[in-house]
Design a protein around this ligand. Sequence first.
Ligand SMILES: CC[C@H](C)[C@H](NC(=O)C[C@H](O)[C@H](CC1CCCCC1)NC(=O)CCNC(=O)[C@H](Cc1ccccc1)NC(=O)N1CCC(N)CC1)C(=O)NCc1cnc(C)nc1N
Length: 329
Amino acid sequence: SEGSVTATPIDTIDTEYTIPVSIGTPAQVLQMDVDTGSSDFWVFSSETESDEVNGQTIYDPSQSSTSKKLSGDTYSVSYGDGSSSSGEVYTDKVKIAGITVSKQAVEVAEQVSSSFTSDTSSSGLVGLAFDSLNQVSPSAVQTFFGNAQSKLDSPLFTADLKHDAAGSYGFGFIDSSLYTGSITYEDIDSSDGFWSWTSSGYAIGSGSFVSTKITGIADTGTTLMTMPSSIVKAYYKKVSGSYYDSTAAGYIFPCGNTTPSFTFGVGSLRIVIPGSYMSYAAADDDGTYCYGSLQKSSGGTNIFGDVALKSAFVVFNGASSPTIGWATK
Ligand SMILES: CC[C@H](C)[C@H](NC(=O)C[C@H](O)[C@H](CC1CCCCC1)NC(=O)CCNC(=O)[C@H](Cc1ccccc1)NC(=O)N1CCC(N)CC1)C(=O)NCc1cnc(C)nc1N
């Protein structure tokens, strides 16, 4: 089988992208954040502390004739931005992009941290990293992609994210109308559970391409992009008035100042992130300073987040030797 589903940015600055997900019988439809940087499928639910629910749609397993409690199973997951969620586990029918997994593990939140409560646009996460990162105990469960893979025409999903416009995720097929030229594939090292790959280098604005290996993860759940500090420093040298602000915990600059494009290499292919994508949002209340979309990596993990992904068409190929494909669009 194969299908695609619309990916909608939750705001005009593409902080996050959500898709509609049907859970249970009759279907309960939740808007969920697709996250290739984690591997738990969890939802706001009838079990979530009521003071932690703020407008999100909740999944109520007791209203579904196909739900089944996985007694004794619990989950607890924490994320790079310090947010977290924990609760119990059911299985139920889950449909995404017209593809149905009859017994998907649905992790139902009992607790969510404040940033989830305040994110009214998302009622849960669809983790699409590798199963090894799943946080259900005592035994891990599979992601939606892990469960669906065997019934997909091809064991892959694609991301066509857009700036301030509806894009799509595809499952089981590649829609050649969504990209230009050909797709360049790189090997994935999934040993850490992430979609980790190595870029061939970068360029800043109209500057010459610097050939250097940059290993990072393709993460739809991360808004921005993080690179080694030497590259980030070189970038902000080209942004007048920019500096590293410890309060903002990142590089900021006067909002009107020009931000050059940022190019990254996929083998001999070049993906250009337009300069307009390189300014993220106002860094302060009076909006004089803006927060850059490129920030320095912490803990050695470089992240090709939404800023990079929305500049390309991306294939997440889950074959036995996984690869990632990038194309211009
Ligand atoms: C099994 C866990 C799993 C692998 C986990 N994976 C991740 O954290 C990466 C994953 O892609 C998560 C998925 C997010 C989590 C928050 C909700 C939206 C999805 N990404 C991140 O945490 C990257 C940093 N966060 C982000 O990029 C969030 C995403 C977001 C979007 C909308 C609303 C709220 C948050 N954006 C912001 O924080 N923004 C506000 C600040 C602004 N400057 C940029 C936008 C992990 O590494 N956890 C280990 C971990 C735990 N604790 C910490 C502190 N660091 C960690 N790395």
